[in-house]
Design a protein around this ligand. Structure first.
Ligand code: 4AD
Ligand code: MG
Length: 480
């Protein structure tokens, strides 16, 4: 390589060396005689200061050093006299690699709102905030694979195009090669899916779980980490139409072992971020403090970003059953009106995010694992408990997020499973391959799904899920 990355230079600076840096211009300031250029190449949150004396350079070159331009600088590493950095580069040679018209470049050297940056999603990675988020995202992806690899789990690629609805919730994006305006019809006058590419109706996967189960019942312990798609029209700060999910599946694990693995996994990820993303986390923590400075106490998180991460790292998660959670909620006074917007009046309701947040933020004040939900509000594959009213399900609730993990012990008994499918209106003939796991060598097994962007919300302290994935897909948003 004929150039050095800024991170490597800052990690082991040698004054007196001559180095070349290739990077993008953040700002340029200075006087007629001398220019101070802040450069960033994405390797670190820190900018590198370049000192360029005007007399050494063509006027045209200095003019072209504008915010957003890409340049190559060769110069000497010297101790910096300015505060805020240990070293800087005394420029000897500057080459403009890519100009950036200062009047047209959409990102000015000032603070932009997150809303504005969402509309500039193609360039927002050039900002300090999104650089930090992208790097933390990478660290978390790496940590996921590390965790499972160290434990001897196998990573399995599950299909993205499928013809099944793993969650049975009917929230699939349809995939078709038929002409929507003029589809072929069968004798009954309905769309003839036999004419479609796969000769059947197909969709984008909502979860890799069912295929994950097939693998677990051969390899023992596996995990998937892939994109999943949901056409739920929920325009919230916690839902995406395209999100990434990590789904481990383990033969011979019951619900308790499943929950213990999930807790260990989440602690590992948070600890990994604290240990490996210090500079980026410190920046985001300061950013959050700044954002919340003028807010009333009730709207601010009780703990700072770093305190929240350490709270997860250092505390055992709380456990409670759904039934206990409903009792807690019934007897609670969540606000001045002493009422939830969505009342908790009977056993069997689906908990809303205000309920989840109350449990985790006001009642337990740490992550909580809620187990044994009513069978009617959970998916068909969850194992029915002895009471025949609840299933061996678990949701893990996090402060500021609500549900971050959903999982369960799976229904391994063929007759119970087929009866459940009947209740849900799921046709056996579509699921014959899944049912084969229960016909041939079935066993106790469990798994869970961690929403990767929900994890990213927690780790970065960002409050809108659109800001923790490079290209968010939400209702009405699929520009590029
Ligand atoms: O609770 P969910 O729907 O569970 C499943 O998909 C199971 N198949 C998982 C399993 O047992 N293998 O989704 C799991 C997690 C949720 O807890 C949440 O973190 C995330 O996925 N999630 C979403 N994240 C972003 N946008 C959405 N629309 C999400 N829907 C679920
Ligand atoms: Mg769920």
């Amino acid at each position: 390589m004929d150039y050095i990355r800024i991170k490597d230079l800052l990690d082991a600076p040698k004054t007196g060396d001559t180095v070349t840096i290739k990077a993008w211009v953040k700002t340029k300031r200075g006087s007629k005689q001398v220019n101070f250029i802040a450069l960033n190449d994405g390797s670190t949150i820190h900018n590198l200061q370049i000192v360029a004396e005007s007399e050494k350079f063509d006027e045209e070159i200095i003019k072209k050093i504008t915010t957003g331009a890409c340049i190559s600088v060769t110069g000497n590493v010297v101790e910096s006299k300015g505060s805020g950095q240990a070293i800087e580069i005394q420029a000897e040679n500057i080459e403009i690699l890519g100009e950036s018209d200062a009047d047209k470049f959409p990102l000015q050297p000032k603070k932009h709102s997150l809303e504005f940056l969402r509309e500039k999603a193609h360039l927002r990675v050039r900002t300090t905030t999104f650089g930090a988020i992208y790097r933390i995202r990478h660290a978390m992806i790496f940590a996921v694979h590390n965790f499972f690899n160290d434990k001897g789990f196998y990573n399995v690629h599950t299909p993205i195009l499928t013809s099944s609805d793993a969650e049975g919730a009917g929230e699939m994006f349809r995939v078709t090669t038929l002409d929507p305006k003029n589809p072929p019809l069968n004798e009954e006058g309905e769309v003839d899916w036999k004419e479609d590419f796969f000769e059947r109706q197909s969709n984008l996967t909502v979860s890799g779980q069912l295929e994950g189960e097939l693998s677990a019942l051969a390899l023992g312990n596996i995990y998937t980490f892939g994109p999943t798609f949901r056409a739920e029209n929920s325009n919230t700060t916690r839902h995406l139409a395209e999100f990434w999910m990590i789904e481990p599946e383990m033969a011979f694990y019951d619900l308790k072992a499943n929950a213990e693995l999930a807790e260990e996994f989440l602690k590992y990820l948070v600890t990994y971020a604290l240990d490996h993303c210090e500079d980026d986390l410190n920046f985001l923590a300061k950013r959050e403090e700044e954002e919340n400075k003028n807010k009333p106490a009730a709207e601010k998180p009780a703990l700072s970003l770093l305190e929240r991460l350490k709270m997860v790292r250092d505390n055992d998660f709380a456990y409670c059953t759904y039934t206990e959670a409903i009792e807690i909620l019934k007897n609670s006074k969540p606000n001045k009106k002493k009422k939830f917007a969505y009342p908790v009046d009977e056993w069997g309701i689906d908990m809303q995010s205000e309920h989840e947040k109350y449990l985790v933020e006001k009642h337990f004040k740490k992550p909580v694992i809620v187990t044994d939900y009513p069978k009617d509000i959970k998916a068909f594959y969850m194992r029915v408990n002895e009471d025949n009213k609840t299933v061996a399900a678990m949701d893990i609730l996090f402060p500021g997020i609500g549900e971050i993990v959903g999982g369960s012990q799976r229904e391994e008994r063929l007759e119970v499973l087929t009866a459940r499918m009947k209740d849900f209106g799921i046709e056996e003939e579509h699921m014959w391959w899944y049912l084969d796991t229960r016909r041939f060598g079935t066993c106790v097994h469990s798994g869970f799904g961690l929403g990767f962007e929900r994890l990213m919300l927690f780790v970065t302290g960002m409050t809108n899920i659109r800001d923790v994935i490079p290209f968010p897909r939400t209702p009405g948003n699929c520009e590029f």
